[in-house]
Design a protein around this ligand. Structure first.
Ligand SMILES: [Zn+2]
Length: 158
């Protein structure tokens, strides 16, 4: 499994990948630090994830794209999750993104930006709203991306 950024890879620091297989599926958490997003016009990060499931192995492409709205300096953050394998089985997916400060205080938390049943080739999109213009984005941030793939272990009756 490889994590790569479509741009600005040098600005992602201390990448930690935590993979876990559970009774019902697969969870993976990526966390990394970024600096002063507020000074950037755009920023993006992309990663590929393979569950390695022995029953229904699925593969995924996750992208996060941040853009500053020039007029208001607000943040626009969009997320895409695409299933890139070609297995017939559907699986359930939940993806969450959170932004924390270096002390772990969560400042932006997405409720399941991409969730639901996904078949091969499906793509889901989500976004994180920026309701108040927080000072948070002016400092170092920890970005945490959680992806949970469920029901691949379940043998479905036809
Ligand atoms: Zn599985």
């Amino acid at each position: 499994m490889a994590a790569s950024s479509s741009s600005n890879m040098g600005e992602v620091q201390r990448l930690v990948i935590d993979k876990k297989e559970t009774l019902t599926g697969h969870d993976v958490i990526y966390s990394f630090a970024v600096h002063r997003l507020v000074t950037k016009e755009t920023w993006s990060f992309a990663l590929d994830y393979n569950t390695g499931c022995i029953i229904v192995p699925t593969s995924w492409s996750f992208g996060i794209f941040y853009e500053k709205v020039p007029e208001t300096s607000e943040l626009s953050c969009s997320i895409t999750l695409k299933r890139t394998d070609n297995r017939e089985n559907s699986v359930m997916v939940f993806a969450l993104v959170s932004f924390s400060d270096v002390n772990g205080r969560v400042a932006r938390f997405s409720e399941a930006v991409c969730s639901g049943t996904m078949f091969a080739g499906d793509e889901k999109q989500g976004s994180i709203s920026n309701r108040d213009k927080s000072e948070l984005f002016n400092q170092e941030l920890i970005v945490r991306i959680s992806i949970s793939i469920q029901e691949c272990h379940v043998i479905k009756e036809l």
